[in-house]
Design a protein around this ligand. Structure first.
Ligand code: SF4
Length: 502
């Protein structure tokens, strides 16, 4: 197996938590969309903190509002338009407030966004965040500014994101940007540009910094992590692929859980599966978007794999990592989808036995291959009907999968209090299933062994195994004490009787 000497001398990272400093200008950041966007907002905050801004969570205090946007579905964009209406009110109250739109919607709409929404002062695409300080100088001087240039090199490798999460347990680490695939329905290649892999040494350094700051779980992020490839400038033998990067990251600390997203079925290699099986701290969970169970639809979607290939990958996961959970994405009602195609999706879901799925109705996105070449011809009520069938089936599969866990003991990383009770913690298993259990003497960020006692389709319910053991030992001790008392009494009585006889 791969071993590479890595220079782990750390980049001198600054504070990785937000700075709240009233003497600085204040930025309020709102984030929509995927984990990649969450991580990008953290990068943006890092750049701004170096340029005299600090974070505020109160929009009324802000000098600058940034909305990090998603274009993947139409309703994601609609939400942003709705928020811009709200920001207009804030700007009416405070005319000096500056408003910026960043991320995928900024990249997709470019100047059109400035034309359509007059309150917006700043537009920045996902590859142009380094230019934010310069753009902001112009904006503060009263101009509007825009940078939506895509890059073939930018990976922000040298910038350590400022973590905006509340619990300090889990963090995202971006390992690549962009995507070289051209799935017919997807805007990502247009909004995030071509694929670039980040220098592995900087990934390892960032993970080490997170370990040093008490984090317990990282998720390596990329649009298609399986095609990660860092090319050494002189020696191809020193190239690093995803399986190798995964191993390097797993070796940073055995106490740091490692996850990754998202995998592409055409690129998920056996090497990645064997690496997962080899390291206990690499979580047994793979998100493998199928999108459809019909080879005809997969071809139209330009996914570059067949139903058979997809199921072969699932079989390989089950063979190499038997207790691995598998989750997926499904699109209902893509162009020309027939009832038979839909039934094939349902049968694929049953065969794969997914633990969880993100399920959507197809939503046409402007300028994609599907929008240009295919007809969005499945009526909305059919899309809804099919989506409901997909959701109903997935609920059943999730419940079946969770029921199989009853009686098992899982090592659970505690995320924080359960949403429903302050007396219970919520945490996740290696398989990324949520477990709720009584708190015991544990804290957020601890690992606890939890025995599963019941479940719903969404949640496992458990009790701490150590507590259970303690209870059992106490019960046994009480039984023994009782037995000793009884025996002692009997002996005393016998002695008394014997004495009387004498
Ligand atoms: S793999 Fe396909 S769906 Fe995923 S980001 Fe790339 S083009 Fe979009």
């Amino acid at each position: 197996m791969f071993k590479q000497k890595i220079n782990t001398e750390k980049i001198n990272y600054k504070s990785i938590k937000p700075v709240f400093d009233n003497s600085k200008k204040r930025v309020y950041i709102e984030t929509y969309g995927c984990q990649m966007n969450v991580n990008d907002s953290e990068l943006v905050l890092s750049i701004l903190q170096d340029n005299d801004y600090s974070l505020t969570k109160n929009i009324d205090e802000a000098d600058l509002v940034l909305v990090n946007t998603c274009s993947i579905r139409e309703n994601a964009e609609q939400r942003v338009w709705g928020r811009l209406d709200v920001f207009r009110l804030a700007k009416n109250k405070k005319p000096k407030l500056k408003i910026g739109v960043i991320g995928c919607m900024a990249e997709r709409l470019k100047e059109q966004l400035l034309e359509r929404e007059k309150i917006v002062d700043l537009i920045v695409g996902p590859d142009a965040y380094r230019s934010l300080p310069d753009l902001l100088r112009n904006v503060e001087a009263g101009q509007k500014d825009i940078n939506v240039l895509l890059s073939r090199e930018e990976t922000y490798a040298d910038i350590c994101p400022v973590r905006m999460d509340e619990n300090g347990v889990s963090a995202f680490v971006s390992i690549m940007r962009g995507c070289n695939n051209a799935c017919a329905y997807c805007v990502v290649p247009y909004t995030r540009g071509a694929e670039r892999s980040r220098n592995p040494e900087t990934v390892v350094n960032e993970v080490q910094t997170l370990v040093d700051n008490g984090y317990k779980e990282i998720t390596l992020l990329g649009q298609n992590v399986n095609s990660y490839l860092w090319k050494h400038k002189d020696n191809p033998d020193k190239n690093v692929n995803f399986a190798q990067l995964l191993e390097m990251v797993a070796l940073v600390s055995s106490q740091m859980r490692v996850r990754f997203a998202t995998s592409h079925p055409k690129d998920l290699s056996n090497g990645v599966l064997y690496t997962m099986a080899m390291y206990e701290n690499i979580c047994n969970c793979i998100h493998l978007p199928a999108q459809s169970g019909s080879t005809r639809m997969l071809e139209l979607m330009n996914r570059k794999y067949t139903r058979e290939h997809y199921l072969e990958r699932i079989a390989k996961i089950r063979e190499i990592i038997p207790d691995c959970s598998v989750t997926t994405d499904i699109i209902a009602g893509f162009c020309t989808e027939t009832e038979d195609d839909h039934k094939q999706t349902l049968s694929l879901m049953t065969e794969a036995g997914y633990d969880f799925a993100y399920m959507f109705k197809y939503s046409e996105r402007p300028n994609t291959k599907a929008a240009r070449q295919l007809q969005d011809d499945v009526p909305d009520e059919i899309k809804t009907k099919r989506l409901n069938e997909i959701i109903e089936l997935q609920n059943k599969l999730s419940l079946e999968s969770n029921r199989k866990d009853i009686g098992k003991i899982f090592n659970v990383l505690i995320d924080g209090l359960s949403k429903r009770s302050d007396e219970h913690f919520s945490g996740r298993t290696s398989q990324n299933k949520t477990v709720v259990f009584p708190k015991g003497n544990y804290n957020t960020g601890d690992y606890a062994n939890v025995r599963i006692i019941s479940c719903t389709s969404a949640t496992l319910i458990g009790e701490i195994e150590e507590a259970k053991k303690r209870e059992t030992i106490t019960e046994l001790k009480n039984m023994i004490d009782e037995t000793i008392n009884i025996v002692e009494k009997k002996i005393k009585n016998t002695i008394k009787k014997e004495k009387k006889k004498k």
